[in-house]
Ligand binder design. Structure first.
Ligand code: 2PG
Ligand code: MG
Length: 419
C-alpha cells in the first residue's frame, strides 16, 4: 500500500468559499478522496484553517496556500509511505508542522491528506471506511447501536441574522429502532415545526445548517414551545421519542466578562447564566447542553456540570475541548463535562480525533461527532468516524445537500450492516 501520488485542489464548500480536497493514489491503484469542512463559530483553540489572505481572491479566503503546502511540504515526505500505517502518516505531518495549532502547514491541509490516506487504505483493504477505522484503531465498537440524529432545527447566533442569541436548538431522537426510522421521525418533526412557525407568522427561512432562523424572535426560550408542539403534532412524545439539545455556543456572546443576551436586553454573569439554563432543564425535555459557558471559563464549567448531572442532562464540550486530547484531559481532571462534541477539523488529523474519542469513552463520556456550520462539504467521513467509535448522536442539520449527504451515508451504512 505505497502512496504514489497526492493531489490537492480547491472545492467549493457550503458557504460559497473554497475548501481543500485531496486525492491519494496507491501503487496497486486504490484511490482515496477526502475534503474537509470549517466552522462559522470556530473555537479559538482549534487547529488553524490556513487561508491565503489574498484579498483579490475569494475575499482572502482562498486555500491555495494550504494546497501548495500539501504538494511541496507534505507530499515529498509521504510519497512511498505505507497508507495502512495511518498513525505514522499523521505523526509525520504533525512533526513536519511542529506548531501547537497546525498553523504552519494548516489543519485543513493535514486533515485532508489524513482522511484521503485513510480512504485509500480502506479501498485497498476492500473495507468501508468505518470498518477500517474500527479495526485499525481497535475501537471495539460492535455496531449494535448506530448513532442517533441530533438535528439543528432552529438556529441563531453566528449561524443566522436576527434570530436567537443561542446558536442551536436541536431535535435529538431517542426512540429505539432503525436509524431509517429515527431520521424519518426527526424530519417529520422538522416539517411539523415549519408549519407551526408559519402559523405563528414567523419566517421559515433557513440558516447555515438548514435549520429555521425565525427573524425577530423575542426570547431565547420561545423556540421550546414551538418545538414541543411540533413533536406532538407529528405524533410523537417529547422526552420519550424525541428530546431537545441546545448548543449555546456561549463564547460567541461573551463580552467583557458577561454573557450578553441581545434579544432579551440582558447581560448575565457565569453563575446567572447557569441558573438561566437550570430553569430550562427543569421545564423542557433537554437531553444535552453544549457550550453553555465561554471556552475558557473553566471554574464555572464544574458548577454547570453539577447542575446538569442533577437533571440527568449531558453537558457537552465543543469550543471548550476542540477535540483536543490535552483539553479533554483538563476537562476530565476538573470534572467539567460529561460528553464531548467531535469535529475532525478542530484537531486536524484522523489519529488524534480517534484518540480523543477513545479517551472520552474510557471516562464514560458519550461522543457526538458533528458537522460544521460555515463551510461544510459533501464529504461524509464524520459519519464513518461516528459509527466506528460508537458515537451516541451525530449532530447534523436536517436539510441542505451537504447535510443530507451525512444522513444518507448513515442510511447506507445501516443497509450495509443489515444486508
Ligand atoms: C457548533 C458548530 C456546528 P460551527 O458550534 O457546534 O453546529 O458550529 O461549525 O460554526 O463552529
Ligand atoms: Mg458547538
Amino acid at each position: 500500500m505505497q502512496i504514489t501520488a497526492i493531489h490537492a485542489y480547491e472545492v467549493i464548500a457550503s458557504g460559497g468559499y473554497p475548501s481543500v480536497e485531496v486525492k491519494v493514489t496507491l501503487d496497486e491503484g486504490s484511490i482515496g478522496v477526502a475534503s474537509v469542512p470549517y466552522g462559522a463559530s470556530a473555537g479559538s483553540h482549534e487547529a488553524s484553517v490556513l487561508v491565503d489572505e489574498d484579498k483579490m481572491r475569494y475575499n482572502g479566503k482562498g486555500m491555495l496556500t494550504a494546497i501548495k503546502n500539501i504538494h511541496e511540504e507534505i507530499a515529498p515526505h509521504l510519497l512511498g509511505m505505507d497508507a495502512s500505517n495511518q498513525k505514522l502518516i499523521d505523526s509525520t505531518m504533525i512533526q513536519l508542522d511542529g506548531t501547537p495549532q497546525k498553523s504552519k502547514l494548516g489543519g485543513n491541509a493535514i486533515l485532508a491528506v489524513s482522511l484521503a490516506v485513510a480512504r485509500a487504505a480502506a479501498a485497498s483493504l476492500k473495507k468501508p471506511l468505518y470498518l477500517h477505522i474500527r479495526d485499525y484503531y481497535q475501537t471495539g465498537t460492535d455496531f449494535s447501536a448506530l448513532p442517533q440524529p441530533m438535528a439543528v432545527v432552529i438556529e441563531g447566533g453566528k449561524h443566522a441574522d436576527n434570530s436567537t442569541d443561542l446558536q442551536e436548538y436541536c431535535f435529538s431522537v431517542l426512540k429505539q429502532g432503525t436509524r431509517a426510522e429515527s431520521i424519518r421521525i426527526m424530519l417529520e418533526c422538522y416539517h411539523s415545526l415549519e408549519k407551526i412557525l408559519k402559523e405563528n407568522k414567523l419566517s421559515t427561512n433557513v440558516g447555515n445548517e438548514g435549520a429555521f432562523a425565525p427573524n425577530g424572535i423575542t426570547s431565547n426560550e420561545a423556540p421550546f414551545a414551538y418545538m414541543l408542539q411540533a413533536i406532538e403534532r407529528a405524533g410523537y412524545t417529547a422526552g420519550q421519542d424525541v428530546g431537545f439539545s441546545i448548543d449555546a455556543a456561549a463564547s460567541e456572546f461573551f463580552s467583557d466578562g458577561k454573557y450578553v443576551l441581545k434579544i432579551e436586553n440582558r447581560a448575565l454573569s457565569s453563575i446567572e447564566v447557569i441558573e438561566y439554563f437550570k430553569g430550562w432543564l427543569e421545564k423542557y425535555p433537554i437531553v444535552t447542553l453544549e457550550d453553555p459557558l465561554h471556552e475558557d471559563d473553566w471554574s464555572n464549567w464544574t458548577a454547570a456540570k453539577q447542575m446538569c448531572d442533577a437533571h440527568n442532562v449531558a453537558l457537552v464540550g465543543d469550543d471548550l475541548t476542540v477535540t483536543n486530547k490535552e483539553r479533554l484531559q483538563t476537562a476530565i481532571d476538573s470534572q467539567a463535562i460529561s460528553s464531548i462534541l467531535i469535529k475532525l477539523n478542530q484537531i486536524g488529523s484522523l489519529s488524534e480525533t480517534v484518540e480523543t474519542c477513545m479517551l472520552a469513552k474510557a471516562h464514560g463520556m458519550s461522543v457526538i461527532p458533528s458537522h460544521r456550520g460555515g463551510g461544510e462539504t459533501n464529504d461524509t467521513a464524520m459519519i464513518d468516524l461516528a459509527v466506528a467509535v460508537g458515537g451516541r448522536f451525530i449532530k447534523v442539520g436536517p436539510t441542505r445537500g451537504e447535510r443530507v449527504a451525512k444522513y444518507n451515508r448513515l442510511l447506507e451504512i445501516e443497509r450495509e450492516l443489515n444486508a
